[in-house]
Design a protein around this ligand. Sequence first.
Ligand SMILES: Cc1cc2nc3c(=O)[nH]c(=O)nc-3n(C[C@H](O)[C@H](O)[C@H](O)COP(=O)(O)OP(=O)(O)OC[C@H]3O[C@@H](n4cnc5c(N)ncnc54)[C@H](O)[C@@H]3O)c2cc1C
Ligand SMILES: NC(=O)c1ccc[n+]([C@@H]2O[C@H](COP(=O)([O-])OP(=O)(O)OC[C@H]3O[C@@H](n4cnc5c(N)ncnc54)[C@H](O)[C@@H]3O)[C@@H](O)[C@H]2O)c1
Length: 474
Amino acid sequence: MAKTIQADICVIGGGSGGLSVAAGASQMGAKVVLLEKGKMGGDCLNYGCVPSKALIAAGHAADTVRHAGKFGVNGHEPEVDFLGVRDHVRGVIAAIAPHDSVERFEELGVTVIEAAGSFTGPGEMIAGDTRIKAKRFVIATGSSAAVPPIPGLDHVPFLTNETVFDLAERPEHLIVIGGGPIGAELAQAQRRLGARVSLLEMFTVLGKDDPDVTAFARKRLVEDGIEIHEGIAIKEIAQDGNGIAVSIEVDGKPQRIVGSHLLVAAGRRANVNGLNLEAAGVTYSAKGIEVDARLRTTNKKIFAIGDVAGGYQFTHMAGYHAGIVIRNVLFKLPAKVDYKAVPWVTFTDPEIAHVGLTEAQAREQFGDKVRALKWSFEENDRAQAERATEGLVKVVVGARGKILGASIAGLHAGELLQPWVLAISQGMKIGAMANLIAPYPTLGEVNKRAAGSYYTPSLFSERTRKIVRFLQRF
Ligand SMILES: Cc1cc2nc3c(=O)[nH]c(=O)nc-3n(C[C@H](O)[C@H](O)[C@H](O)COP(=O)(O)OP(=O)(O)OC[C@H]3O[C@@H](n4cnc5c(N)ncnc54)[C@H](O)[C@@H]3O)c2cc1C
Ligand SMILES: NC(=O)c1ccc[n+]([C@@H]2O[C@H](COP(=O)([O-])OP(=O)(O)OC[C@H]3O[C@@H](n4cnc5c(N)ncnc54)[C@H](O)[C@@H]3O)[C@@H](O)[C@H]2O)c1
């Protein structure tokens, strides 16, 4: 017979979103139950951001050795110990894991149940042998790799983000399906660690970002030796001896690529299976759980946050959602999401970072009032010293210099983006960035210079010259 617990909030899923709600709500005095069916920390810690960034760091180390010659330092082809790389990735996860552990959450006063939750009605669910009745539920069950319906894919072994970080040896030839952030980041890391890599993308690599900036990442992926096949259709996948054969069509012509390993990174699907959402009156579609601007589902006592809510699928958005839910549930405030300053970074080398509107989106909304300001990393002294001159800041401004969006390609683009996130969230104008004193020599000067270029046409015009000449008479 199941025992019953009463709670103020029951959180389903101990990943980026669920842990933030549970920790916050419990420390603010609510009685919280947290259900986790897998590993605490969710995708980000165990199968996502953390292992991917650790693998990228290993790839970067290999690349630094390989190309050290440009600094006059003995550069050579590095020897990569793949087991050592795997240990490094596991070590990084282990260093962060205590922060997300059952022990820490129980110390914070959260009741953690390590079992899958399933609704049995609009206000209760069952997890293992426990029935939970709660005033509010927060569904934070995340997403998993979507497996495209390609003939033959279900008959061959393939890797996803849940298994790729367990590889104990270098893949001889890794075929990656999907050129989004997961595909591009992992393709480059694996290539730099010595694998041959083929990247297959039905549209364009990193197609969600501004092509002016993604061009820099794409160029480097090619220079690294990744074989990119864009605009292709995958017709069939089959076992070929010990390898895997992928038949593709490029401009109507068939081609066959045989690799040793296959990684599927073709988008995500929301984790709703087994939740029995029908019993709770929660509506969902293939995109995820339907939510309103307060992140309430069709059952107003049940919220959905993070990847399962189907919008921006980033750890920082799951964290942002958690804050909105806490304000709604604990403080009874009608807090709503505001997506005007959502940043994201793809951790290829060079990094690609974006916030706000792209130039195309801004022109669609504001027509020819929009100006795009660009500044190249080549003009930055620090980038020259670091030999990292391949990069660009592109800022989109509207009427009276209002900052609408920014995209950056280049070394540390993710760090360089942050002032633009603040500027857009605070509704600032371009003059604010143009007038700040940027320390020399920093990469951050590119932001000031891009902003300053807004004034170039009027500052160096014939009209200004006439005014200056006139004023010099006195
Ligand atoms: C390879 C990769 C790299 C990424 N890199 C980045 C990055 O650099 N930056 C970034 O911002 N984002 C990145 N992401 C995205 C990021 O991982 C997700 O956006 C984030 O983890 C979403 O958090 P969440 O809380 O919604 O879900 P998750 O963190 O996935 O947590 C969901 C949890 O719910 C549990 N669960 C599911 N169903 C149930 C159930 N019925 N009962 C109990 N528990 C359940 C799962 O076991 C899981 O632990 C990356 C993703 C991948 C795959
Ligand atoms: N740095 C980061 O912040 C980061 C890193 C990794 C993942 N993520 C998050 O995870 C999400 C999922 O990443 P993702 O890369 O899997 O998804 P995605 O949807 O961004 O990209 C998937 C790509 O696969 C392609 N594709 C789909 N089916 C295909 C097929 N049959 N053949 C060839 N190509 C196909 C799509 O055209 C698309 O370009 C991202 O959108 C992002 O929200 C973030």
